[in-house]
Design a protein around this ligand. Structure first.
Ligand code: SF4
Length: 321
């Protein structure tokens, strides 16, 4: 059940108009919190309405509310994966693995997740340009998957997003276009029927999202997942393991089971990356292994995600077991 309406939120915070949601996004001051300028607070009224703002330990609030612990120098780097270094192909275009390439097509998000891997990079990043991506693909015939990422690609206008998808779908060597977006969680009203139909027509599109807690599975979010899957667009979920949010194995198992019921594949649980400013979200390695064991014994294979760590310099994700 959703918490009672909070006076800090605008009336009717779940209004089904995505442009209104973005125009009324809340910052720290609106929420009565102290801002952390290095990573400004931003949250849609819709997502904010899922939190209990009177409870500092609320799992939705924790994901979007600035936390004084972010200021501490925890010794972690801002860019452990070399996105601004060896992995950079062109502005906004990164390649870490031979068969995949990533384009940051938008630098904005509907909500700024406090645990974001790119939180230290987005402020100085440049968005990718389509000609640069096409040139990179010409020079890399081994690439068969393109990740449209950001920020969040669903913050582009429909025409701009479709220009990327159509250009990639026209290339015979591209087997999959992965749309990496958290809008099913933070802004589900973003997806109009016409846009979904056009994206589905590409026959190459996969939606990759990030539900982290069962309370995010609202009627709006579940309705969107149903519309995507019913149009033939596969949807997979990649949670981030976050202390205080979803590190209780029963909570994660409930999330995965409910995702399966929604025909969303619980694909990965990522160990929280070693990024500066978010070490308070990280759990000990033994906890991640225990979580994986718990999920294996409580969920069937289709509902059971792999629990993995993305290790700097490694050739693939590493299973915690
Ligand atoms: S939606 Fe993704 S890119 Fe945007 S802040 Fe959240 S984790 Fe980072």
């Amino acid at each position: 059940m959703s918490p009672a309406p909070d006076p800090r939120l605008p009336p009717d915070p779940r209004r089904p108009d995505w442009r209104w949601q973005l125009a009324h996004a809340l910052d720290a001051r609106a929420l009565g919190l102290e801002e952390i300028p290095a990573w400004p607070t931003r949250v849609t009224p819709y997502y904010a309405s899922l939190a209990d703002w009177g409870d500092p330990a609320d799992p939705i609030r924790l994901q979007v509310a600035p936390d004084p612990r972010e200021r501490l120098d925890d010794g972690y780097p801002a860019d452990p994966f070399g996105e601004d270094g060896p992995a950079a192909v062109a502005p906004g275009i990164k390649q870490r693995f031979p068969d995949r390439i990533l384009a940051q097509v938008s630098l904005a998000c509907a909500a700024n997740c406090r645990h974001c891997t790119r939180r230290g990079l987005l402020g100085r990043a440049r968005a990718a340009a389509l000609p640069d991506l096409l040139a990179a693909l010409d020079a890399r015939p081994a690439v068969r998957e393109v990740l449209l990422s950001g920020g969040d690609p669903l913050l582009l206008a429909d025409d701009a997003l479709l220009a990327w998808v159509d250009a990639l779908a026209a290339r015979p060597g591209i087997d999959a276009i992965r749309l990496c977006t958290r809008t099913p969680v933070t802004l589900p009203m973003r997806w109009g029927d016409a846009l979904i139909a056009r994206l589905a027509a590409s026959k190459r599109l996969w939606v990759q999202t990030q539900f982290n807690h069962p309370r995010e599975l609202t009627p709006e979010a579940l309705g969107l997942c149903d519309r995507l899957v019913s149009h033939g667009i596969p949807v997979s979920n990649q949670s981030v393991l976050l202390r205080g949010v979803n590190d209780d194995p029963a909570v994660m198992a409930e999330l995965c089971a409910r995702l399966q019921r929604a025909r969303v594949r619980p694909y990965y649980v990522f160990v929280c990356d070693p990024i500066a400013g978010i070490s308070h979200f990280r759990t000990p390695p033994a906890h991640a292994r225990a979580l994986r064991e718990y999920l294996l014994t409580h969920l069937g294979g289709l509902a059971c995600p792999r629990v993995v760590a993305d290790l700097p310099g490694a050739p693939h994700k590493a299973d915690v077991l």
